[in-house]
Design a protein around this ligand. Structure first.
Ligand code: NDP
Ligand code: OXD
Length: 306
């Protein structure tokens, strides 16, 4: 069995060694143009050339949960595109989102600023019942995040394409459910995949529907959010703030206004990192299952885009 590996910006050796260890007997190599045909590819942001050249692939494994970098390429017919399913990401995402929710609700950002001036002052506690958290996307990550937030007694809503049932979460679905979901949400969390249906979903119209004092946490993809619309609603006072982990252009350019906006917190696409050992183990398990002719999870529906 031959496996090709491709990523930019990550040292390939530990990944190659990890796959060789999990799949003894497999030939595992870093992809170079003109590489001999392989059975499987493990990739993050591959060039079109890799897909065009490799005509014998059975599956392409994405080293992340979001496959938008692959669905925008011309993907070969008959090849399975497989994404990471959790692989240690959902607990990180829950930590990140809970942290952002707590920081805003408990006003820890204000305390941090005041501590810098040795100011000792209490703030009136906010009412949890007035800080409803709405999670867009109730998949592997969204459902875990929604339940983690709910454990701290915030009212939690969720929104998905098809109807879902997540214990402790009031669930809405489809176009018809979006209006009511947004109107009841104060802290909006985006955990949707980026598809033609979800691109620009957080815009002036949808964000205006959030309860006054709304707050945005985008941990999905930058193109879900219309940057200028967020800034306009923050500046008008309709929105109270935002924590943004993902951007249309990454790294976020130094001149981008998000960096300096007083109501925006920026992190560098770090809310849920791909964990090497967990990811290698999951992908290796799936390759072995495919070799035995067994079905695997995480196969992307290319029509749907996720
Ligand atoms: P899943 O595929 O498991 O879940 C996607 C969810 O979004 C599902 O509930 C799905 O609905 C819903 N959804 C999809 N399209 C629509 C739509 N048009 N309208 C309403 N709901 C929709 O994905 P994951 O939870 O694993 O990951 C979600 C995203 O998180 C990834 O695609 C990626 O972009 C992002 N991500 C970001 C990371 C970071 O570090 N910032 C790390 C990892 C992921 P349904 O349940 O009906 O299918
Ligand atoms: C992912 C990501 O999609 O890291 O897994 O953003």
């Amino acid at each position: 069995m031959r496996i090709l590996f491709f990523t930019e910006g990550t040292r390939p050796e530990p990944w190659l060694d990890g796959f060789r260890c999990e799949l003894p007997g497999a030939q595992v190599e870093f992809w170079q143009p003109g590489a001999a045909p392989a059975d499987y590819a493990v990739v993050w942001h591959p060039p079109q050339q890799l897909l065009d050249e490799q005509r014998e692939l059975k599956a392409v494994f994405n080293m992340g949960a979001g496959v938008d970098a692959l669905t925008k390429l011309k993907f070969p017919d008959g090849v399975a595109l497989v994404r990471l399913e959790d692989a240690g990401m959902s607990v990180q995402m829950a930590e990140f989102v809970c942290h952002a929710v707590f920081r805003h609700f408990r006003e820890f950002d204000v305390y941090e600023r005041e501590a810098a001036h040795a100011k000792w002052a209490f703030r009136r506690p906010n009412r949890r019942s007035e800080f409803t958290v709405g999670v867009m996307g109730l998949g592997v990550l969204g459902a875990t995040v929604a339940q983690a937030v709910a454990r701290f007694d915030y009212p939690v809503l969720g929104w998905s394409r098809s109807p879902r049932d997540v214990p402790g979460v009031r669930c809405y679905s489809g176009e018809a459910g979006l209006r009511d979901f947004l109107a009841a949400t104060r802290i909006l969390v985006c955990l949707l995949p980026l598809t033609s249906q979800t691109e620009n979903i957080m815009n002036r119209e949808t964000l205006s529907r959030l309860a006054p004092g709304g707050y945005v946490i985008n941990v999905a993809r930058g193109a879900h959010l219309v940057d200028e619309d967020l800034i306009a609603l923050l500046d008008s006072g309709h929105l109270a703030g935002a924590t943004l982990d993902v951007f249309r252009t990454e790294p976020l350019p130094p001149e981008h206004p998000f960096w300096r906006h007083p109501k925006i917190t920026v992190t560098p696409h770090t809310s849920a990192r791909t964990l090497r050992d967990e990811s290698i183990a999951q992908i290796a398990r799936k390759i072995l299952a495919m070799e035995r002719g067994e079905p695997i999870g995480g196969v992307v529906d290319l029509e749907r885009g996720y």
